[in-house]
Write a protein that binds this ligand. Structure first.
Ligand code: PMP
Length: 354
C-alpha cells in the first residue's frame, strides 16, 4: 500500500473475480459465462461501431434503453444502462444505503455486496440462509433496511417465487429492495413487472450471462422514474460515458436476436438438468439450481481438492472458502462437450480416491 492510499480504503478486502488464467486452454466453467458465442449480427454491430471510436458514446443510450424497456413492457425512463450489473449494484449501495438505511443480505450470496458495503462505509447485516441454503423470506419481511437479494441466488442457484419477492418489497415501503436478476433467464421469475406497483423496487439485470456479452459489460437497472433519476444523478457525477459505443451497438443488436437467445437458454437449462442428474449419480449433493450453474459437494472429496484436481486436468470450476460452503464447487453449465469433459475428469478423480 502506498502512503497516499486513502484511509477510507486501507482495510478494504477487494472482491476476487473468478480466475482467468492464460497458462493453458482450460474448459472454463468458473465464471458463469455463456458457452455460446454472440450472434454474428451482434459481432458485426460492434465491429461497425468500432470505426467511430474517435467519438464519445451517447451518455444516454436512447435507442438501447428504448429497445430494452419495450422488451420488458416498461418505459425507457424506467431503465438505466450501466457498465455491467456490478455498476448498478455499486450505484444502489451509494444511492440507497447509509446510516438511516443500512443494507441487509444473506450470508451466502454474491460476494460483491459485502465489498460494496465496506467500500461505501455502509452499515450492513448478513442474515444466515437456512441449513438447506434457502432464504427464509420472513427474515426480510418488514426488516426496515435496504434489502439485496439475488434471485436466483448465487452461488446456490436457488430461486424464490415472485410472490415471496413481492412480500419483501411490499413490507419494506420505506426502504429500497434490490432484486439482482443476473441469472433470471435460466428459470427465475422476473420482478420487473412490479416496478409500476412499488416505488421502492430496483431490479438489476445483465447481458453477461444469457446474452453472451460478458466481455462487453452491459447491465441495466429497472425501477420507477424517481429511483432511475437518483441513479442517473450518481452516474452523471461519476462517469457519464459508462457504456461504450461498441457495447451500445451490440446491446441493440442482441435485443433483435430474442429467438436465438431463448433457444440458447433452453439448451442451458436442459444441460443443467443433465449435469445435475449425472453428478447426483456420482454421489454428489447438489442444490436445485434455477441458474446457469450447479452447486455441488461430494462426501468423499473436499471442495478445494476437487477444484485443484480438476484444474490439474484442465477444467476450471469455482471454489469458495466461506465456512458454510467450502465443501462445494460451483460449476458453470457449459456446452454438452464441456460437460462431457467435466464429467469424465470428475469420474477419474473419484475413481482415484477409492
Ligand atoms: N450479480 C450476480 C449474482 C452475479 O453472479 C454477477 C456476476 N459475477 C453479477 C451480478 C455481475 O455481473 P455483470 O457485472 O457481468 O453484469
Amino acid at each position: 500500500m502506498s502512503r497516499f492510499f486513502s484511509e477510507k480504503y486501507s482495510r478494504l478486502v477487494p472482491y476476487t473475480p473468478g480466475e482467468q488464467p492464460r497458462d493453458m486452454e482450460y474448459v472454463k466453467l468458473n465464471t458463469n459465462e455463456s458457452p455460446f458465442a454472440p450472434p454474428p449480427s451482434v459481432v458485426e454491430a460492434a465491429r461497425r461501431e468500432a470505426e467511430r471510436l474517435e467519438l464519445y458514446p451517447a451518455p444516454e443510450p436512447v435507442e438501447l434503453c428504448k429497445k430494452f424497456a419495450s422488451s420488458l413492457g416498461v418505459l425507457p425512463t424506467e431503465v438505466i444502462a450501466v457498465n455491467g450489473s456490478d455498476e448498478i449494484l455499486d450505484f444502489a449501495f451509494k444511492c440507497f444505503c447509509g446510516k438511516r438505511h443500512p443494507a441487509v443480505f444473506p450470508d451466502i450470496t454474491y460476494g460483491f455486496y459485502e465489498v460494496f458495503a465496506e467500500a461505501d462505509g455502509v452499515p450492513y447485516e448478513k442474515i444466515p440462509l437456512r441449513e438447506d441454503f434457502t432464504v427464509d423470506v420472513d427474515d426480510y419481511v418488514g426488516v426496515g433496511k435496504t434489502v439485496f437479494i439475488a434471485n436466483p441466488n448465487a452461488p446456490t442457484g436457488i430461486a424464490l417465487p415472485l410472490s415471496d419477492i413481492e412480500r419483501i418489497v411490499a413490507s419494506n415501503p420505506d426502504n429500497v429492495v434490490v432484486i439482482d436478476e443476473a441469472y433470471v433467464d435460466f428459470g427465475g421469475e422476473s420482478a420487473a413487472g412490479l416496478i409500476h406497483k412499488y416505488d421502492n423496487l430496483l431490479v438489476t439485470q445483465t447481458f453477461s450471462k444469457s446474452r453472451s456479452m460478458a466481455g462487453a459489460r452491459l447491465g441495466f437497472g429497472i425501477a420507477c422514474e424517481e429511483l432511475i433519476r437518483d441513479l442517473n444523478t450518481l452516474k452523471y457525477s461519476t462517469n457519464p460515458y459508462n457504456v461504450n459505443r461498441m457495447t451500445q451497438a451490440a446491446g441493440c443488436a442482441v435485443l433483435d436476436e430474442d429467438d436465438l437467445i431463448k433457444e440458447n437458454c433452453r439448451t442451458i437449462v436442459s444441460n443443467r438438468e443433465y449435469l445435475t442428474a449425472e453428478l447426483r449419480s456420482f454421489g454428489f449433493v447438489t442444490t436445485d439450481s434455477s441458474a446457469n450453474f450447479v452447486f455441488a459437494r461430494h462426501p468423499k472429496i473436499s471442495g478445494e481438492e476437487l477444484y485443484l484436481e480438476l484444474k490439474k486436468r484442465g477444467v476450471l470450476v469455482r471454489h469458495f472458502t466461506g465456512e458454510r460452503i467450502k465443501e462445494y464447487c460451483r460449476i458453470t453449465v457449459g456446452s454438452a462437450g464441456q460437460i462431457g469433459i467435466l464429467l469424465e475428469k470428475t469420474k477419474e478423480i473419484l475413481e482415484e480416491k477409492k
